[in-house]
Design a protein around this ligand. Structure first.
Ligand code: GAR
Length: 192
């Protein structure tokens, strides 16, 4: 049986898109569902385009019930992939999927991570700190924001004159290139 991926995203979902593309015709793995807390998220349209089912939930369902865990268990999910997902993962979900939840962050953790560090805010902080490089981090998820064991990092140089848009673009290029492959590598390591 193919390994099964669940993607959580809160916004545009460009990383989700790359992962759905990568696994569309993959022999060993598939995206089984996309979940979001945001009914307006463009990622829902993207999931539809791939004919991948989606589920919208609210804070109560996510934090006060076991429904999401049950849904993911019923779907026999092997790996949960956060791709621009904004909420902290609750204990019941962490416990049900130990070392099976990963996140991508648009900076070189442990720098420029933590609560509220999302999207443009991260890149602006990198610029303000006059860093010479930035990059991306894929890490296991724990009960804190941007804090679990690092699985993958790639980096790029910040050239003189690079503005927020350029840093964001360079980061996104790396994310789109690496995230699907990191997911594939982790799934390969899992026993069937
Ligand atoms: C990505 O750059 C991801 O690294 C970031 O949100 C963006 C989502 O873009 N995540 C965080 O900042 C997590 N702290 P996307 O919706 O186009 O994939």
């Amino acid at each position: 049986m193919k390994k099964r991926i669940a993607i959580f995203a809160s916004g545009s979902g460009s990383n989700a898109q790359k992962i759905m593309e990568y696994f569309k015709k993959h022999d060993d793995a598939e995206v089984a569902i996309v979940l979001t807390n945001n009914p307006e998220a463009y990622v829902l349209q993207r999931a539809d385009n791939f004919e991948i089912p989606s589920h919208i939930f609210d804070k109560h369902e996510f934090t006060k019930t076991n429904d999401i865990v049950q849904l993911l268990k019923n779907l026999q999910i092997d790996l949960i992939v956060l791709a621009g997902f904004l909420w902290l993962i609750p204990q019941n979900l962490l416990k049900a999927f130990p070392n099976k939840i990963i996140n991508i962050h648009p900076a070189l953790l442990p720098k420029f991570g933590g609560k509220g560090m999302y999207g443009d805010k991260v890149h602006q902080s990198v610029l303000d700190a006059k860093e010479e490089e930035s990059g991306i981090t894929v890490h296991f998820v724990n009960e804190n924001f941007d804090d679990g064991e690092v699985i993958h990092q790639s980096r790029f140089r910040i050239e003189q004159g690079d503005d927020l848009e350029m840093i964001k673009f360079k980061g996104q290029q790396l994310e789109h290139l690496h995230y699907p492959k990191v997911v594939e590598g982790l799934l390969k390591k899992m026993k069937s």
